[in-house]
Ligand binder design. Structure first.
Ligand code: 5GP
Ligand code: ZN
Length: 142
């Protein structure tokens, strides 16, 4: 199978076996390996082997293989680390914190007492503001 590759991309090099990683899982379409700078130990990344910059470039048909790998690897991480939970999240584009521009999902094992807060939450000024924004977003779906 010929996959879309980018020679300047570290995750493409890992997917091709040209750069080392602590591999957890690999199939034709997807692979998973430990993040070098874990939020909690066992923090892993699940990537499509083909190069897509972010979720918006990725064909939705990749979704099944990615979710399957996230469930499979996520269960194994929780079992091995004795984690009580798992955050799965993704950064898309620099403003959202994306640093490596090859689509990837973070799998972060969580413990009841790890005191990690991923992000602060805010409130809308009032219900009207919230409903107006929902209407604006729905318009963009058309
Ligand atoms: P982003 O901020 O783009 O969502 O996350 C990129 C992640 O990739 C970071 O958590 C970072 O620690 C990890 N990372 C960057 N370079 C490498 C690498 O060469 N190998 C591994 N295993 N992880 C990497
Ligand atoms: Zn890549």
């Amino acid at each position: 199978m010929t996959l879309n590759k980018n020679d300047d991309c570290i995750f493409c090099r890992i997917a091709e076996g040209k750069s080392p990683c602590a591999e957890l899982y690999s199939d034709d379409l997807v692979m998973a390996f430990l993040d070098i700078a874990p939020v909690n130990k066992g923090h892993a990344l699940v990537i499509p082997k083909a190069h897509y910059r972010d979720i918006f470039e990725m064909p939705p048909t990749m979704g099944e293989a990615l979710i399957r790998a996230q469930q499979h690897v996520g269960n194994a991480i929780m079992a091995a680390t004795k984690a009580e939970g798992l955050n799965i999240y993704m950064n898309n584009k620099a403003a959202a914190g994306q640093v490596v521009f090859h689509a990837h999902w973070h799998l972060i094992p969580r413990f009841a007492n790890d005191s990690l807060r991923l992000w602060p939450q805010h409130v809308y000024d009032d219900t009207e503001e919230m409903l107006q924004l929902a209407a604006e977003i729905r318009k963009k779906l058309r």
